[in-house]
Design a protein around this ligand. Structure first.
Ligand code: ADP
Ligand code: MG
Length: 343
């Protein structure tokens, strides 16, 4: 039986969400006839299996070696399912480890993961290919330390207010502020720089609709969900609103006219293919009151709990949760098989 190393937790602000996502994946794998091998990565980065320290080493012929660091015993695994959200997992790091170990893994590769995690890189790539994104100024910690007045002036000249100040490589709205006037800019920049040494200051859309499209498959062979809409009783979708029960609702499918649905799906597929994603993604959009559509971000390992938006979107597209998990593992093995055949 195929042994699937399920990585969960991680050195990330989204550690807890990952644990819940992974529990759902483990159950679905069991139901699908796979053998899940759950490994928890703690907040400091230590890996454990059933509480025992383990590490992953390269095997031969695409088989991984899960090594028990206490007694040196080795267990083989066939494929990795990194159910990790945010930094140190959704950003190309774990994907690189799997590449080095020559192990098949679920989801986007190194470059697609890294580009999607970094809002500045993703935006630059999207703009370069004519996909619609909100204008932003990218500021480094060094820029802010050496020329804060130039930063403030550039924001006033090219972004305006309200603006959103956000760390480049984070998630869950951590470190993000909505700034409605120049008075609040310094504080917001300092907060974002505490989370990352690169930040974005982005044109704010007032009262946007927020919609998300799920994709499952490979470039050219995608199942694309209808959009779902997130609604909430807050000024914007901040951390507290995201993680307090009852504060936000997802409506699937979103009540949108068919032309808009097609446009959103086409943009989601274009983003998936542009970045070179594999397996799955959730593409998020903002729709301004005047109808302007803005591509907001692409998540290569979206929330995957049985009640998260991504599995609900795929279910709406005709792929229930256990089937989505089965397809993801199969796609990972097929990709690795195709590579072995050519290298
Ligand atoms: N340019 C913007 N205009 C309006 N709202 C925004 C903008 N950027 C972000 N937001 C709000 O902030 C939330 C989080 O921003 P996002 O870029 O999706 O970061 P994260 O990766 O943390 O989810 C969005 O869901 C939205 O509510
Ligand atoms: Mg978001």
């Amino acid at each position: 039986m195929t042994r699937v190393l399920v990585l969960m937790g991680g050195r990330s602000g989204e550690h807890d969400v990952s644990l819940v996502s992974a529990r759902g994946v483990v159950d679905a794998l069991t139901e699908g006839g796979f053998t899940p091998v759950p490994v928890v990565i703690d907040r400091e980065g230590a890996w454990t299996r059933d509480g025992r320290p383990v590490t992953l080493g390269p095997g031969a012929g695409g088989v991984g070696r899960l090594i028990d660091l206490a007694d040196g015993s080795v267990d083989e695994v066939d494929v990795v399912f990194p159910v990790l959200h945010g930094p140190n997992g959704e950003d190309g790091t774990v994907q690189g480890l799997c590449e080095m170990a020559r192990l098949p893994y679920v989801g986007a590769g190194v470059a697609a993961s890294a580009v999607s995690m970094d809002k500045a890189l993703f935006k630059a790539l999207a703009m370069g290919h004519g996909l619609p994104v909100a204008e932003a100024v990218v500021v480094s910690a060094a820029d802010w330390a050496t020329q804060p007045d130039a930063v403030t002036a550039e924001v006033a000249a090219s972004i305006g207010y309200p603006c959103f100040v956000k760390p480049a490589r984070m998630g869950s709205s951590v470190g993000i502020s909505r700034v409605s006037s120049p008075d609040g800019l310094d504080e917001a920049i300092v907060l974002a720089l505490a989370a990352d040494d690169k930040i974005l200051i982005e044109r704010g859309v007032t009262s946007p609709r927020e919609v998300e499209v799920g994709l499952l498959g490979t470039p050219g062979d995608l199942v694309t969900s209808p959009p779902g809409e997130i609604t909430y009783d807050a000024e914007w979708y901040d951390y507290e609103t995201k993680y307090t029960d009852g504060r936000a609702q997802v409506t699937i499918p979103a009540a949108l006219d068919p032309a808009l649905v097609s446009r959103l799906q086409a943009l989601a597929e274009a983003a998936f293919e542009l970045v070179g994603c594999h397996g799955l993604a959730r593409v998020d959009f903002l729709i301004a009151p005047d109808g302007e559509i803005l591509l907001s971000e692409l998540n290569t390992m979206p929330g995957f709990t049985p009640t998260s938006a991504f599995p609900s979107l795929m279910a709406q597209a005709g792929v229930p949760y256990p089937e989505a998990v089965r397809r993801l593992v199969t796609m990972a093995m097929d990709r690795a098989g195709a590579r072995t055949a050519t290298t």
